[in-house]
Design a protein around this ligand. Sequence first.
Ligand code: GUN
Length: 279
Amino acid sequence: MAQLIDGKLISTQIKDELKEKVAKMKAEGTEVCLAVIQVGNDPASSVYVNNKKKACEYIGINSLAYELPESTTEEELLDLIGELNERADVNGILVQLPVPKHIDEDKIIKAISPKKDVDGFHPQSVGALCIGQPGFVSCTPAGIIQLLKRSGIEIEGKECVVVGRSNIVGKPMSLLLLRENGTVTVAHSRTKDLKEICKRADILVVAIGKPKFITEEYVKEGAVVIDVGIHRNADNKLCGDVDFEAVEPHCSAITPVPGGVGPMTIAMLMNNCVESVEM
Ligand code: GUN
């Protein structure tokens, strides 16, 4: 049986460590504060934003919630970000994505001060990661590194294959695995011989956004499989990009969906908020 990588447990451990750290900071007179901005009322975004607020509460991080109407203009949003950039009592700023179509997402990401970019989406943060300099790291890939490390899985020297090349997951994931001395291949929807390439992986990270796409034919015997996907199937059950039942018997370790990668994203966001004070 494969080792089940328990993201719920590991994320709780991280949040508890942060809670202790934040309590110590408070005792020394330092508060941590995250500003969360949501434009419009996309139901999925509302769930994510609520979970972020709850995590702040649990850890003792102050949160400022801005729930702006769908009709908010780009200029109004940029003005608010500008104000929050200037505020000494705000350490982190997060604009929940996607923003409505009339707002330029890239412009918004660039407007957030890199010193408060707890999502790690600013080009300066991504550039710093690329050349090994300090900066905020995108939360989901940072969480995956923690899952591997805290499960005793070594990355150094391993064949790592990342399926997916998004700015939020695939690209930063490949850079982080490289930073840990993995040998990294980035595959994507246009990759030829995807099965063969995936089958080379000692560590396979899947973020392609297609339910149960990865079957046992893509997985080497004894591989570690990390599933970033989350989908709801026809009978309303959650599943990932990996066909768990088919793949699990062939792995040495695997993340479940739900309870694998998902909970780690918020834990690492909280970690970035605390780091934003320490930086
Ligand atoms: N929308 C989906 N995931 C994320 C995330 O990690 N950060 C932000 N800001 N928006 C998102």
